[in-house]
Design a protein around this ligand. Sequence first.
Ligand SMILES: [Zn+2]
Length: 231
Amino acid sequence: MLPTLTTLQRRKPHIYDLSWLCPQCNSSPETLDHLWTCPYILPEFSPFNTFKTLLLDLRTVCLGKFLSATPLKFLPDSFTVEFTAMDCWDCDPPSNSCLRLARGLIPMSLTSFLGTYFSSSTICSIFDTPLHDFHFDLYVQIWLCRSVFFNHWESAQGITNKMKSSTIGPSPISHPFSQISPAILTPFLATAFLDSWTSWVFSYIIHGGSWISHLDFWRRLTVQPLLRISF
Ligand SMILES: [Zn+2]
């Protein structure tokens, strides 16, 4: 289970105020499902847009594999249309089935449709690698970026590593930003990120032979607060 803000609010309500919403969009509680569907303020940096792209890539890859696999019976011409119309690929708005895929579960509707044409072992082996890649990409392209952002957002809230590692219950939190909403705090984050930028680039992941876009990530963290403050 990824430690989303709602999970942290449940575990340590004395540190994570129950009224705090997703630090990236400030519009919904940051649940596991929200991680992938967060609208964010800039469409090009939106986790939701990334999620949609990755989900449709998964659909394309899986479809190609099924079309070239050996079926139990002849595949009708309608197979491609029916496969691509399954509700698990419906992500705008996100269906429960597509959120199940994000949790690593293959929806029943999908397996029962595919079970008409393929054995269970074929279905599982075809989904295995693409689903793994899908989760890896979600983790790298959404979760890691969000976590770096979140770490600095926590600092801006006055939340220290010492407080987080403490097993002691509620204690008074006193810091200069405690009465300021997360939305107003975000400009402070831009400079904080500059300090950690280089270490982040050298610490995080090369996937598919190319770096995650440094420039995009930098812009996401620096441009977004300036726009947000105009709200
Ligand atoms: Zn959000």
